[in-house]
Ligand binder design. Structure first.
Ligand SMILES: [Zn+2]
Length: 347
């Protein structure tokens, strides 16, 4: 996962742009930035700790989940996704390829999507979601399950409701991230129903650090949730610098599905403003951190078997829901309409 990395990356990328405008070679870039490749102008994950000491901490992410070593934790309950069905103002999401991932955020007004319960010590408000993916179908996810790497992983990032972004990074339970794995399908009818609209938006952000406002009337966070409430839980870190050990991880056990064509849209994003994907360094792919050691941590799980019968997994707090009820009427709009309405407003 990542927090807003523009603070670290934008000035460096600006320098990259200037150098490229002067026609210099990539290898002559004056400054380095953190990334995933071992190339001349990029600091690979093994060296992140030189600039970000927390990256060599004891409780880092991602982790390999070995199901035979996980334990069912009876104190875990069903996660409550309150207001996950609401839409950002004007159905508009801000999408940015930040050179490390592609990230979506929105303006929600006074009521924000929130995750709570599920063994979490507090309520956590949504801040952004983003994806990690591979150059091939055999890799891309940050977490692995029984040795399997998935081609795509979604991180829905939240911070503790009582804290701001910086405070949340200083506390071991300051953030909560919901991770959803995507497995490959050959059948586009089986692919996640709303991923097409997301992919259409991603196509508008091939160049890094140019945010786009995109209307996606069909999209709310609830659309990403699998039907099963089962999840794995462990305590870890951001998977990108500064690697703060501040995250309550919930990895949903049931994967969603993605097609090769959808994955290829992610793979066409540029990491730099070179505009030439034949230069390997420019392809934004394999943006996942290597697996980190458990160092005594045990991954626990919630099986979903204690869930209330007939309960709606994507639940809303009844108290908050009262005033928000009309908004839920617009959640289930077919993806085909989303494509029709998709429009771009340059910031
Ligand atoms: Zn992430």
């Amino acid at each position: 996962m990542s927090v807003d990395t523009g603070f670290y990356f934008a000035p460096l990328l600006f320098a990259v742009q200037i150098v490229l405008a002067l026609g210099q070679n990539v290898s002559n870039l004056p400054s380095h930035h953190w990334g995933y490749k071992s190339v001349i102008d990029e600091i690979p994950p093994t060296d992140w700790q030189k600039d970000f000491p927390s990256c060599k901490g004891k409780y880092q992410s991602p982790m390999a989940i070995e199901t035979s070593r996980t334990t069912e934790n009876p104190s875990l309950t069903q996660l409550e996704f309150a207001l996950y069905g609401i839409h950002p103002q004007n159905d508009t999401w801000v999408v940015i390829n930040n050179g490390h991932a592609v990230q979506f955020s929105g303006v929600f007004g006074s009521k924000l999507p929130t995750v709570q319960a599920g063994g979490l010590p507090a309520s956590y408000v949504f801040t952004q979601f983003h994806f990690h993916w591979g150059s091939t179908d055999s890799r891309g996810s940050e977490h692995s399950v029984d040795g399997k790497r998935y081609p795509l992983e979604l991180h829905i990032v939240h911070r503790k409701v009582t804290e701001d972004d910086l405070e949340a990074l200083t506390e071991s339970t300051g953030m909560a991230v919901i991770a959803i794995l995507f497995e490959l399908t050959d059948d586009k009818d089986l692919a996640h129903q709303h991923l097409d609209a997301v992919v259409q938006a991603i196509q508008l952000t091939t160049e890094p650090n140019i945010p786009k406002s995109v209307r996606i009337p069909s999209l709310s966070l609830a659309e990403f949730l699998p039907s099963s409430p089962a999840f794995y839980r462990y305590q870890g870190s951001l998977t990108t610098p500064p690697c703060a050990e501040a995250v309550e991880w919930s990895i949903m056990r049931q994967p969603q599905k993605v097609t090769e064509a959808q994955l290829n849209v992610f793979r066409r994003l540029h990491e730099r403003n070179i505009g030439n994907l034949t230069i390997p360094e420019d392809r934004l792919v394999d943006n996942f951190r290597p697996l980190q050691k458990p160092n005594g941590r045990v991954v626990s799980y919630y099986s979903g078997q204690t869930a209330t019968p007939n309960a709606n997994f994507a639940t809303e707090s009844p108290i908050i829901l009262k005033s928000q009820a009309p908004k839920f009427a617009q959640v289930r709009i077919p993806a085909v309409f989303a494509l029709v309405f998709l429009s771009v407003i340059k910031l």
